[in-house]
Design a protein around this ligand. Structure first.
Ligand code: NAP
Length: 475
């Protein structure tokens, strides 16, 4: 762990194992921190707050810029560690490290643009001035699926805003977090400004985050279930919360779209990170006129994918994170087939060629999926694609919006008005229009409905770490 500028063990001296999900092998022992460690880290962050928030934005910017340089220089090493602890193919890991580093660079710049405002006041002898100030100590919790970028997406804007931070990464992927904190330390982030608490049991650390009055903001990325728990806890002290939660993205292929082009995009984004991304499509709605061409192209691409250890060449499908993830996917496939879905390819766990040592599931395509099936409602978080034909473009918005999630959605069409109508009508925070990667450090990322609160990335992402203060001056 990294607390008050020093690498340290957990207070109780315990450790836990990190394993490679592709091979089952242990790759490291990591400090198993708990509530006392979290409290110590919060104290350190609190003590550092006055100094860090009192520095100029220019000085903070220089440190973040240095962190970007270091993370970029170390990208190959960090990517390798990511593939070993998380499983994604090395090329995807490199992409993620670059995406993660982008937040450091972008917020190094944006931190210099925390402008205030003067507002015409209602009285002639009055002046209104608005300031934006850092919220204070931030407690951050991140998931395992994007173990580097989900950290920098929080740490970079928090530090740029002048906040100090305590981070708890996912138990499956603490090694990437450790690498990022080495980057921050080497870049010159002062003692106590950024603290890392690793732990096997998240509950006591989360409890300290929500109950410790020194923490003024909770920022969380993970499941909707845990997000609700933290938001309820944070409400007691009215802490600020930002929540990046689960999704159930619809992927719409409208009547006039090119179904083959759409299938190419759909495969890339569906099987991203073996289906373990919050923006992965969970329902592929294809107009009936194009469904055969779409399905043929889709299945042909999927059957050419190779699953295996992400460190090996030519691998496009890594393992799922653990046995629970395999069980969830198996349950959804069994439920769908029992209710009439057809398995076009995959549909089972992969056990050959040593894959039984890891958590591999064959990339799967299901046809004849209907609204009564679990997969139609529940986030899959695995490599299973349900194809659902539809007959009328006019019905599709209601079908796509029929979910309590609202994170990402995709629409393929060659008709400009259909694109605009769908863009405006979808109740999702991120919409790709003939585009499967509508993300970037400069762009606001986040969900509507039960997919979360607030945005990360862009100037909105900085605003999440700032309070607005109005000054009314009598002159
Ligand atoms: P999760 O179980 O909610 O875990 C996420 C983080 O919360 C982990 O660090 C976890 O620690 C921690 N956690 C779990 N229970 C906690 C508690 N009681 N108190 C405090 N912390 C607790 O989610 P996940 O399954 O790892 O992640 C996948 C989910 O994240 C999916 O639903 C996905 O859609 C969502 N996600 C959303 C975004 C987005 O930007 N919207 C991005 C990526 C992922 P442990 O690891 O130790 O359990």
């Amino acid at each position: 762990m990294f607390i008050k500028g020093e690498w340290c063990d957990a207070a109780g001296g315990k450790t836990f194992e990190v394993t490679n999900p592709a091979t089952g092998e242990k790759i490291a022992d990591v400090a198993d921190g708990g509530q006392a460690d979290a409290a110590r880290a919060i104290d350190a962050a609190h003590a550092a707050f006055a100094g860090w928030s009192g520095m100029t934005a220019y000085d903070r910017s220089r440190i973040l810029y240095k962190a970007w340089e270091l993370m970029s220089a170390r990208q190959a090493d960090i990517a390798r560690i990511m593939t070993q602890e998380q499983g994604k193919p090395l090329r995807a890991a490199m992409n993620e490290v670059r995406y993660g580093a982008d937040f450091l660079l972008w917020y190094a710049e944006e931190g210099k643009r925390v402008y205030g405002e003067t507002i015409p006041a209602p009285r002639a002898d009055q002046r209104f001035i608005v300031l934006h100030q850092p919220v204070g100590v931030v407690a951050a919790i991140t998931p395992w699926n994007y173990p580097a970028s989900m950290i920098t997406r929080k740490v970079a804007p928090a530090l740029a805003a002048g906040c100090t931070i305590v981070l708890k990464p996912a138990e499956a992927t603490p090694l990437c977090a450790i690498e990022i904190f080495k980057v921050l330390a080497d870049a010159g982030v002062p003692e106590g400004v950024a603290n890392l608490v690793t732990g096997f049991d998240p509950a006591p650390i989360g409890e300290e985050f929500v109950t410790n009055p020194l923490v003024r903001k909770i920022t969380f990325t993970g499941s909707t279930e845990t997000g609700k728990l933290l938001a309820k806890g944070a409400a007691d002290q009215m802490k600020r919360v930002s929540l990046e939660l689960g999704g159930h993205a619809p992927f719409l292929v409208l009547k006039d779209a090119d179904p083959v082009f759409a299938a190419k995009g759909a495969v890339l984004v569906k099987y991203l990170n073996s289906g373990q991304a919050c923006i992965c499509p969970n329902r592929l709605f294809v107009h009936r006129s194009g469904v055969d061409a779409f399905t043929e192209e889709f299945v042909s691409r999927v059957t050419r994918m190779r699953a295996g250890n992400g460190l090996d060449d030519g691998i496009s499908i890594g393992p799922l994170v653990n046995e629970k993830a395999i069980e969830k996917v198996e349950r959804q496939v069994a439920d769908a087939t029992a209710k009439g879905a057809e398995v076009l390819c995959g549909g089972h766990r992969l056990m050959e060629d040593g894959l039984d040592r890891g958590h591999f599931f064959a990339p799967t395509v299901l046809a004849n999926v209907t609204p009564d099936m679990l997969i139609y409602r529940e986030e899959t978080f695995g490599p299973v694609a349900p194809i659902i034909p539809f007959d009328d473009d006019d019905d599709i918005l209601a079908m796509a919006n029929d979910t309590h999630y609202g994170l990402a959605a995709y629409v393929y069409t060659q008709n400009l008005s259909a694109a605009m109508r769908t863009f405006e009508g979808l109740r999702f925070g991120i919409i790709g229009i003939n585009d499967i990667n509508p993300t970037g450090a400069a762009a606001p990322f986040g969900g509507m409905k039960e997919s979360g609160l607030g945005r990360e990335g862009g100037h909105e992402g900085l605003g999440e770490y700032l309070e607005t203060k109005l000054g009314g001056f009598s002159v």
